[in-house]
Design a protein around this ligand. Structure first.
Ligand SMILES: [Zn+2]
Length: 183
């Protein structure tokens, strides 16, 4: 199966379009990553995000991912995760594909063991706090953020449900489904 290089973000360098480009399987020591001002510019295939499978109309395509770490003046450790792409979701009305432009940028404060969790009232809305993990699976973090950003019931602005079609034409909605699933 050929990976569509066209769908990989243009800013990726040629070296980064290799097999090792995927961030799946990447595990970081989160505090070390922040301390060392780490930067990861990668991508992830939609088919590598199993928890998204139910929402997607198609698993072809990739999301670009950039993970950055730093420590601020107060010694707090941070991660910033930026995710972008155009996943095709499954329309809840006609079950066809509906493109959803995704542009996520989340800042996560790393809370080390024994360190106080930030007061909810004090943390600004654009930031979240997570436990500093010595073996942080970046892929689960990506899945969490993408799931939060996707609409619960994606729909085309205008489309007909297969049921409505079936009522008019007297055909089974399952036949309409089968037709839709054929690519
Ligand atoms: Zn639709």
């Amino acid at each position: 199966m050929g990976v569509g290089h066209d769908s990989i973000r243009r800013f990726m360098s040629r070296e980064r379009q290799s097999v090792s480009d995927s961030i799946a399987g990447t595990v970081i020591d989160s505090l070390e990553f922040a301390r060392g001002a780490g930067v990861l510019d990668r991508s992830v295939g939609l088919d590598e995000l199993p928890r998204l499978a139910d929402l997607l109309g198609a698993t072809a395509g990739r999301l670009s991912v950039r993970l950055e770490g730093w420590r601020d003046e107060q010694g707090k450790s941070w991660l910033q995760l930026a995710i972008a792409g155009d996943p095709v979701l499954c329309c809840q009305r006609c079950l066809g594909g509906v493109k959803f432009p995704l542009a996520i940028k989340s800042r996560l404060q790393l809370v080390a063991p024994g360190e106080d969790w930030p007061d909810d009232d004090l943390v600004d809305d654009s930031a979240d706090a997570i436990a500093a993990d010595k073996a942080l699976v970046v892929l689960s973090l990506i899945e969490d953020e993408v799931l939060l950003a996707l609409p619960i019931a994606p729909r085309h602005e205008q489309c007909e449900s297969p049921q409505a079609n079936a009522d008019v034409h007297g055909s089974s909605p399952f036949a309409a489904l089968a037709a839709l699933n054929k690519h």
